[in-house]
Ligand binder design. Sequence first.
Ligand code: F3S
Length: 398
Amino acid sequence: MHLNKEEEKMYQGEYGITISKSMEILVALGDIYEAPSLVDISSAQVSGVSYKTIGEAGLEYLEELSKNEINLVNIPSTLNPAGIDLDNWKSFGFPKEFSKKQKRIVEAYGKLGISETCTCTPYLIGNVPRLGDHVSWSESSAVAYLNSVIGGKSNREGGPAALASAICGKTAMYGYHENENRVATTIFDLDIEIAHLDYGTLGYIVGREVGDGVPYFKLKNKSTNNELKSLGAALASSGAVALYHIENETPEYVFAKNDEDFKSLERISINKEDILNTKEKLSTTSEDADLVCLGCPHASLEEIKEIAMFIKGKTIKNQLWICTSINIKASSDRMGYTKIIENSGGHIVLDTCMVVAPIEEMGYKNIGVNSAKAANYIPSMCGLNAIYDNFENLIKFK
Ligand code: F3S
């Protein structure tokens, strides 16, 4: 792989061992994928944050890495969700030892200069690349949103690669950074209008079908941004989708359609029955949820408002968590939604989510979710039951 003079200096250690080691990771990746060069990036989003997923080895690695390095990261960079609400872990009952270690992980990232905002929807809090920007993001749902809805360019990076990119401000030029890999591979026709939960269900069906392909959707109706974030999360969890196109909606669909191979692509129809059957299969119990956990991917202000308006003035029977970032909660506080939710017995939970938090150690059994991604992961990653439905059906009142 070709390195320019500056990159060669970084690689050879002229700017210190951390930069040199990070360059080694990027060059090794570039060599594996036969990238011709590195490319400058405008932002990074780093996964590998929850103590539940990176454990003791990850904590030690990050503390060692950040020991002598202060603010090494010079591009906008944010973190994926952690395993706890960093401010309110005690009151929510997160395990003490886990919480202490979790805080050390986030502090180590912070020392390196990465923003300690832990969220899988960085595009809702100011980490927003522009059309065509090369970036290095690692949360799969965020990568799907970035490539498809924003039109930025990122591969589904692993945590260490995204961290190396954040430190160097570069990534290897291959995969979704190249236009030729951004064209559609399969066309999906829907013969019904869809809304809300259907987007996640559709994503789950199509992700299994296309694997790491690029689906092209012909929908009967327009989508909201919240629906697109659900669609991408599900596509990226049942499959390895990092980019999709929706006709007349997403920025690169024209480009995909104009590809000379487009007309010969396989076409698959999806009907109402497919959606209903898959929705049923994503629940693993018919019991009620003891914990309803919304905000996968992390909730937007509009989603919080919708939930607040639904529960306003009533008392909730099950536990309710709405997961989001500290930034979105600040807006919710100002709008009065947080108070409405808390008055009904619910909570806005920061920095974490139902999958990367140790909820299996917190006495819960049946987790209600309106996210196909969460329903897909909760049984395997938490060993708990998932109930997949609209939040209006999951929340029970006294
Ligand atoms: Fe985000 Fe957790 Fe879902 S990281 S996409 S809320 S599984």
